[in-house]
Design a protein. Structure first.
Length: 280
């Protein structure tokens, strides 16, 4: 999922989700369905890790939040789940500010970055290629790159921290929410379920063509990690009490009809509403 210049409005502050693990959240207004988060994550262990780098439309706020959690000189790893702008939008600025950091990416991502030399170009000698199913050591913890159940970009890998049992799910668990909530448990249960089913259809329209059996095995691969906390780019954090239900909801998506997004009539309504003269 990506953002556009001018519609991004920061409203929230970083928060802790597990020991030495923080989410940097931002909110995207998404009428008529509510709001979506645009999140990143920071692990402040012995070798600090940035997981995704936020959106360019909110660059200064994102950088301020990141450096409030960790000194850029201490950052050793920058893990990009994939190269969409809401995940990799500040990678060039981050790598410039973090002289000791290695960019954890893939061969295909580097090839895709090469198209946009202004935003994404990175020297090979500051990169490490970690494929789906491979791990790397970040100081006191082992981090596993593992593809999430849903993704909207072919380079996507999630990230599992075996120390805290936190899984960063990239775009999986995307949830339309009626109001800000750091924890999914703080939402009305029905709103959370409906919001997740909406978000995962909206962002992954190919759910219509999934083989349910094969998809279920793919979901098993992630769920079998025994996750305590699931964080992701477009959802409130999901803790142990809701983890199994969250995966159950993901498994239901292939059975559902497509979500029909607003069309031209809705756009014309927005234009009309925003061009009406102000009545004093």
């Amino acid at each position: 999922m990506s953002t556009a210049e001018g519609i991004f409005e920061p409203k929230v502050e970083p928060y802790r989700i597990a020991p030495e693990t923080y989410v940097i959240p931002q909110l995207l207004e998404a009428p008529p369905v509510g709001m979506f988060y645009v999140n990143s994550m920071v692990i402040t262990g012995t070798e600090p890790v940035l997981v995704d780098t936020g959106a360019p439309s909110n660059r200064q706020q994102w950088l301020d939040h990141a450096w409030s959690l960790v000194d850029p000189a201490d950052v050793r790893w920058v893990f990009l789940t994939h190269d969409d702008h809401d995940h990799a939008g500040n990678v060039r600025q981050v790598m410039a500010a973090c002289p000791n950091a290695t960019l954890v990416t893939t061969w295909f991502s580097m090839a895709r970055y090469a198209i946009d030399t202004e935003e994404f170009w990175m020297p090979f000698n500051r990169s490490r290629w970690v494929r789906d199913g491979e791990s790397f050591q970040a100081g006191d913890r082992t981090l596993l790159a593992i593809r999430p159940p849903f993704f909207d970009n072919p380079t996507t890998r999630g990230l599992f921290d075996a120390t805290t049992r936190v899984y960063w799910a990239a775009d999986t668990f995307a949830t339309a929410i009626p109001h800000p909530a750091e924890d999914a448990a703080d939402l009305d249960a029905k709103a959370w379920r409906e919001g997740m089913l909406l978000g995962n259809r909206l962002n992954h329209p190919w759910h219509l063509w999934l083989d349910a059996g094969k998809f279920s095995k793919h979901v098993d691969r992630v769920q079998d990690l025994d996750i305590d906390t699931a964080a992701s780019c477009h959802a409130p954090t999901i803790h142990r009490g809701l983890i199994d239900e969250a995966f159950d909801l993901v498994r239901k998506v292939p059975e559902l009809p497509p979500w029909e997004e607003p069309g031209q009539d809705f756009l014309e309504g927005i234009i009309a509403a925003t061009t009406k003269p102000v009545v004093s």
